[in-house]
Ligand binder design. Structure first.
Ligand SMILES: [Fe+2]
Length: 257
């Protein structure tokens, strides 16, 4: 009975390039003109429609917030979200949307935290998605995560497998011991970013340490590689672990899942 409320939702017709596990994406750059994602709303809609067709039902949109490069404000992000939501409604695309951000660790982030102006996801769990410089020292990442936690938020490190400084199994375990939650990029499992990132992603799965998965989607073309990942045995195995994405579904969608 719930299928009838969706424009295209017949999961019985899934092919092997569809995502039969993840209904929620927690990392996507699909708000138009805010960062290095879509350059207009038509592109955003095209990608969101495709994500609906491959099985997603809720997207948490996470534009970069990085001084000097992506000077996004909380207000600007929420305004953009409202426009996109209205457009989806007009086009009868039943994708649930929320906005958070991918915060670069810098003084601006801690100012926003102090003012309680950061955008988080997961309701009272207040997950805060953050990224660091690709040459960041481990101690700096741990220090940033500690500050985030002390402010009452739950630090979620975006794609740890992609950082060269973290491509060490002992370091990965050290980050976990410091209360950092990992969000892996789906594309890492096909070597989309690098062979090293793929190996670290596989290691993280072998230790059952991936809590969230994200597309980190910036473009329609990137989805093609993500769809390839859905076919991999290692992705299927990872989905049997303690993955929290679908716990973020709204009640209506939980009924459907
Ligand atoms: Fe990202």
């Amino acid at each position: 009975m719930f299928k009838s409320i969706f424009r295209r939702g017949d999961l019985s017709k899934e092919t092997n390039t569809q995502n039969s596990h993840l209904r929620v994406d927690i990392h996507a750059h699909l708000l138009p003109q805010l960062d290095d994602g879509p350059t207009d709303i038509e592109q955003s809609i095209e990608i969101i429609q495709e994500m609906y067709d491959i099985g997603y039902r809720k997207l948490i949109l996470t534009p970069h917030v990085m001084s000097g490069y992506y000077n996004n404000t909380t207000e600007g992000i929420l305004n953009s979200l409202q426009i996109l939501k209205s457009t989806l409604l007009q086009q009868n695309i039943q994708m649930e949307l929320e906005a958070a951000a991918e915060y670069y660790v810098e003084d601006n982030l801690f100012r926003l935290i102090e003012r309680r102006e950061v955008l988080t996801f997961g309701g009272s769990r207040q997950y805060l998605l953050f990224e660091v410089s690709f040459v960041s020292k481990v101690s700096c990442i741990i220090e940033a995560a500690t500050k985030i936690r002390q402010a009452g938020y739950t630090p979620v490190l975006a794609h740890p497998e992609r950082y060269i400084s973290l491509q060490d199994k002992n370091i990965i375990e050290r980050l976990i011991l410091n209360g950092i939650i990992f969000q892996l990029n789906i594309g890492s499992l096909t070597g989309y970013y690098s062979k090293q990132a793929q190996e670290i992603a596989e290691f993280i799965i072998s230790k059952n340490l991936a809590v969230f998965w994200g597309t980190d989607c910036h473009s329609y073309n990137q989805l093609q590689s993500i769809k390839q990942t859905f076919k991999l045995n290692i992705f299927q195995e990872a989905m049997k672990q303690n993955v929290l994405n679908n716990s973020l579904l709204g009640e209506r969608l939980i009924s459907y899942a």
